[in-house]
Design a protein around this ligand. Structure first.
Ligand code: A3P
Length: 302
């Protein structure tokens, strides 16, 4: 089935998720060509849920073993999305056999917005199952973040409420880029319950409220836990990956992604509950009702 989105662009449904045609081609190329390695790490999310932050933290977790100074850290030379490319929107976008030589060192870090079942296609047996980290965020904040991001993308004034309204409609109907939101979240939530060794489920709000504990949890899951002596390095990682620090790096102030998005558009306010400042009570009530219905019986709470 196909449908038009808020830009009038055609969306297609594949395995329960909506894509633009070129992204769908990337998904198909990925499913055909990706050969997982046991040491691979895939960072997954619904767009605007904290993907950039999770990428930066994961890069910094592994980079600590190289004792890199903050001035020549990889995060200073490329945006987190350049360092941890999207499988379907970048690496496999145009080919099922991309050149992966730049990932010669282990672990290879990839990212995706595909739902869990779609990502699982190339993982045929246990030995090839790599680690997957999913970051989830309160859907109302995701919606507001998406609104700002779309306004920036279109070069519009942020006050353009029509974009908020169309994004809201698309969220509620589930017909939107990588939607439905709740299917994306629940697919990984179930994956993490079934296979906690391979799927870690994180929440943006928890990383904000208890960053040390959550980054330690991430490090343990990824097999690179912090030792007692390493407390200073954990603090340094949190500082380096803070929104203030990342957004003030030259590469993030001036650069653009391979699909021509300003790096700076990935950094805005980074607050919990910003939706309260923008959504009407009616919008909030409708989202609450939909989410309650969609999550019913799943055991998932937000
Ligand atoms: P806001 O628009 O609410 O500020 P994604 O990376 O998935 O595209 O999500 C973008 C959201 O994450 C934006 O939210 C952005 O400000 C926030 N973000 C980006 N980097 C962050 C960081 N280092 N710490 C906290 N939040 C961050």
């Amino acid at each position: 089935p196909s449908h038009k989105d808020f830009l009038g662009k055609q969306l297609y449904n594949y395995q329960g998720c909506w894509y633009y045609p070129n992204t769908l081609q990337g998904v198909l190329n990925f499913q055909k060509g990706f050969k997982p390695q046991e040491t691979d790490i895939i960072l997954a999310s619904f767009p605007k849920s904290g993907t950039t932050w999770l990428k930066a933290l994961t890069i910094a977790l592994f980079e600590r073993f190289n004792n890199t100074s903050s001035s020549n850290h990889p995060l200073q030379s490329d945006n987190p999305h350049g360092l941890v490319p999207f499988l379907e929107m970048s690496l496999y976008h145009k080919t099922s056999t991309p050149d992966l030589t730049k990932f010669s060192s282990s672990p290879r870090l990839f990212s995706t917005h595909m739902p869990f079942h779609t990502l699982q296609a190339p993982f045929k047996d246990d030995s090839s199952r790599c680690k997957i980290v999913y970051v989830c965020r309160n859907v109302k904040d995701v919606l507001v973040s998406q609104w700002y991001f779309r306004c920036a993308y279109l070069g519009k004034e942020v006050e353009d409420k029509s974009i908020l309204e169309s994004s809201f409609e698309s969220l509620c109907s589930g017909v939107g880029y990588f939607g439905p939101f709740w299917e994306n979240v629940l697919s990984y939530w179930r994956g993490s319950l079934e296979d906690p060794q391979h799927v870690l489920f994180m929440r943006y709000e928890e990383i904000k409220s208890e960053p040390s504990a959550q980054v330690k949890r991430l490090a343990e899951f990824l097999g690179c836990p912090f030792t007692e002596e390493e407390h200073g390095s954990l603090d340094k990682i949190l500082e380096l990956c803070s929104l203030r620090s990342l957004s003030s790096m030259e590469i993030n102030k001036t650069g653009k992604t391979s699909n021509n998005l300003n790096h700076s558009s990935f950094f805005r306010k980074g607050e919990v509950g910003d939706s309260k400042n923008h959504l009407t009570p009616e919008m909030e009530t409708k989202i609450d009702m939909i989410i309650e219905e969609k999550y019913k019986g799943s055991g998932f709470k937000y």
